[in-house]
Design a protein around this ligand. Sequence first.
Ligand code: CA
Length: 668
Amino acid sequence: DMKRINLSFLMFVIAVTVMADDTVVSPDGRLNVCVNNKNGMPVYSVSYDGKFVLTESRLGLVANYADFSKNLKLKDVQREDNVVKDYYMINTKQNKFHYVSNKMDLIFENKDGHCMTVAFCVANNSVAFRYELQKPNNEKGIPLSAVILKETTSFRLAEAATSFLCQQSLPMVGFARTKPSYEETYEADVPVAQRKSNSKQGFTFPCLFRIPDGDINYWALVSETGVTSNYCGSRLSDYNQETGYSLLFPQEGENNGIGSVTPAVPVPSATPWRTITVGNSLKPIVETTVQFDVLDPLYETKYDYKPGRYTWSWILWGDSSMNWDDQVKFVDLASVMGYEYILVDALWDSRIGYEGIERLAKYAKGKNVELLLWYNSNGAVNDAPQGPHGVMNNCIARKRDMKWMQKIGVKGIKVDFFGGDKQQTMQLYEEILSDANEYGLQVIFHGCTLPRGWERLYPNFVASEAALASENMNFTNRFSRSEGFDMTLHPFCRNAVASFDWGGVFMNKRFSKNNKSRHPRYTSDIFELATAITNQTNVNCVAIMPNNLEDMPQHVLDFARNIPTTWQETQFIDGYPTKYCIIARKHDGHWYIGGLNGTDHPMTLTVNLPMLAGKIVKYYVDKPRRIIKQEDKENVDSYASELTSLKIDKSGNAKVTLQPLGGIIIVE
Ligand code: CA
């Protein structure tokens, strides 16, 4: 009879509803996120053009008042399609942003009636998701505060995936017990199951993965954004065949053991966003903006922060350059080059003094140069002895010094040697940034964590080190030798998600003041100049030395004088992480294309530059060069280069040759 048929039909509908995945696709329909409440445990997967990039991975967290990792009921799913956000920023890879996403909020209820939303934003090449703790479901609305004991968030890669990962360091090790500071080495293209961290502490964000499928490489860049004083920084565990990579909180010993590893948050509130940039080429990886798209500035600024270039004595002249005469030389160098800034590094407080810095700022001002000043971030979180010490970690001393800096015309600070990723450390970063903004100071961090969306959140944030950066090339031959590897990796990985203060563009042929002793620089002059395009930060170091004014060829000097640091657009042209990269960036209406060869072999390529089709453009290129291996010593035979012109054909193609550890620069 009719009644019975209707009932069984209804039961069938209910069964389908319970079993069905909830999916959200990107506006172009190619990127697909699929969520399922599997036996009360929420899981998700991510596919692109039907190819799984992430297979079934976990969602959820355990708070001290409620377990949102299991026994959950999916209460409601809310959707909003084609949500458009337009915004503007001057301090990153492009300046105008147009973010279109489809949103899906899944509201889960636990067995006690507490609710958590998993919020997804899916754009054409990116997924962002976070957890939102809802107002408690009881009469008193308690609790209003929570501790997040752990997250069950995981990332399980599709079979055959390879990884480009950097391990997390153990805490309180390395120079003056300052680690972890995101200064470990990457390993490239290792199958995920084979890559283990020596520290057994897993891997730092961002994490790059390649998923080969026939002729196509799919790519996924996993990171997080929107980490503020309201949470800790997280990382990925070692890979587990069953569960993939799990999201981990900081280690107990970080920050000298001070502060909790579990974040404490008000209720209601939200976790940071976890982001996955996905595509079937490296283009969306290099060009990703998801780390900014889902955030809004946390404060406004009344200051007009000035981008620019800085000279830096410490990188080759070391601690002994921390004296009046040498700093004057680097002010003069900045002035001759037309650079905006000089970075006065550690120990100025004891060797030049506050009064000396006032005089130096005045002297520099007369030369059209302004000062950036180094500070130690701590305190009591590690043994880094360099001064000024005990200023930036204390709000009274910090504001006193910031007020003084503003008075004497200092325009920024570089704060070094942080204690890790705990929420307590994130609070310190935020306090420094927020206070600095009161006094018109831009901020660079070193010895530090990955900045997670900070260019967007804090308008006076410039960049962080958070990489095994250029100082290591100076310290040891090994890292000078691996510069090609590093510089052709970071545009796809570390620098794709955040500005970084690499501290490069060296013109000395040897890592020494006299330019004759110690180990060589293996990369060519054009490679070095091109890193000023491929690397992105809006206040960029140019690690030239006073002697380079005499020994740089004229065309190199001229380009170095005119290095841009702000970009209207960024486009991936070609490349493969750790092998080569060609990146186009537009400044003031003109395209600048930087190409780097990270290998020891010449590389001839046809590059496609549709934006320059039919044009004749400036072309900086190396003369043929070789990496010479003699017994256990290595060197190069030439740094010679030339400025010539290049004809781009009507379809935008041009043939170029990148010398071993060499580069090209094309300027419209
Ligand atoms: Ca460092």
